[in-house]
Design a protein around this ligand. Sequence first.
Ligand code: ZN
Length: 244
Amino acid sequence: MRYAIIADIHANLEALTAVMEDIKKRGGVERIWCLGDVVDYGPDPHECIELLRQRNHIGVAGNHDLAAIGNIDTTEFHPDAAVASHWTSQQLKITDIEYLRDLPLVIEKDDFTLVHGSPRNPAWEYVISPTIVEENLPYFKSPFCLVGHTHIPFISRYQENGACSFDQFPGDAELALGPNRLILNPGGVGQPRDGDPRASYAIYDSESIMVHLYRVAYDIATTQAKMLKHGLPVNLITRLSYGW
Ligand code: ZN
């Protein structure tokens, strides 16, 4: 079976569409695993939820999904994020709210645990260092854990000496899953933050037991023009050009 691993779509329909086309071009997948933050920041929250609903997928909730339906408070958000969250909540249709409300915080599937932030704190914690990975290992039972939230693709693997490696997962790189436990982030579809503005996602092949990371160019100018039209914060518009 082949699975696409996607995260942090952030209502960016052009990026999500480009990723879906790329998946198709590479022979397709049986199922999509979505690691949360389908909405917020971008201009097409309803359309992105609809596109996902048309695909065979499972997904967990991200902090922005929960904020958009009022399940968490935005007072700790950056002011730009709070503005975008408020705008997003006004765009959602009843079916979108139901979809987001029904997303679990954690999914355990075969050898994988899926969360948005971290196994220890699924909605909020950023996995940004080997120390945080080590602290999170007792919080999931499966060999492998998939996270989003930082919008930066990485692989962190448990080593025999008890420490964890923490490496960037570059575009077109392949990772063979082995006996060592690991936490992997496929990067962000709709708002990459590793200096590469292209959408980021991964495909896992359960036969070869390999994960392949892909970067996909998309029509950033169209997304930005829609955001401008809707009066979304300028910083959120600009950052898409640079991938930060
Ligand atoms: Zn996010």
